[in-house]
Design a protein around this ligand. Sequence first.
Ligand code: ATR
Length: 277
Amino acid sequence: MLRLGLIGSPIKHSLSPWIHRHLLQRANIPGSYELFEIHSGRQLSRAMKQLKEQLHGFNVTVPYKETIIPHLDMLDDTARYCGAVNTVVKIKNQWIGYNTDGIGYIRSLQASYPQFFSRKKNKVLIIGAGGAARGIYFSLIDEGFINIDIANRTVKNAKEMVRDSTIPTKVYDLKGIHDMIHSYDLIIQTTSVGMHPLENETVISLSNIKPDTIVSDIVYQPVYTKFLKEARSLKANIHFGHMMLLYQAIYAFEIWTGKHVQSDDLAQRLKNKLERN
Ligand code: ATR
């Protein structure tokens, strides 16, 4: 019996149990995925002993993605670079922290736009410089992309993010990027703008984009953010946030079980579920 779970707060509405129970079923693995709501850092310290005894692995979400780190024995490269962990697994009695966001994002993009990966010179713009942006930036470089720029509200945070990068990366503020936006092949929105309570806002205007640009938003509630609606009206290609949610979960499941589950239809089912909410 494989015991999995999620720690964080608030997590009542998390879609992770829905996704992972499907994956367990499809992989034919008897197991469970439970929610562990933890209300404070002190409670986290106390709960870790119990979680380590009870579980084989677990996901971590806000606000513990960083504070979990001192409780772990080791980090993988992405988690170390991002300074944030979203997946924990026990291997030979060692607790190892991973961050599946970046690789999950890459795989979700590969599933929807495989042709994008045949041209590593494609120009990418990441909007935002938080944990998710870091994971995506790191994984795109790992994938061989060499033209990646960042636009962020606070330029200092973006500069800090790319400080030790292996590729030259230009940094813009949100106003400065407007005149450049037509030059990008992929634009990835990683901030919380567009998500409730900011669902009527967009982080930048897309009015200057090329028609064949891929516009991606990692916000998945609502499914069609205002940003993606604008992209669609400009005839851009759209990449939805729930795709990353699904593929980062599938990668976490692979870390726990070593099994890759066929899941093409789950994306549509997840989208339907989000649209009903
Ligand atoms: P996560 O770890 O989920 O990516 P985060 O670390 O809180 O979230 O990152 C938030 C990102 O969204 C940052 O790039 C932040 O910009 P700043 O560096 O200027 O703080 C950006 N962000 C958050 N709210 C925003 C807003 N209202 N307008 C523009 N950018 C915003």
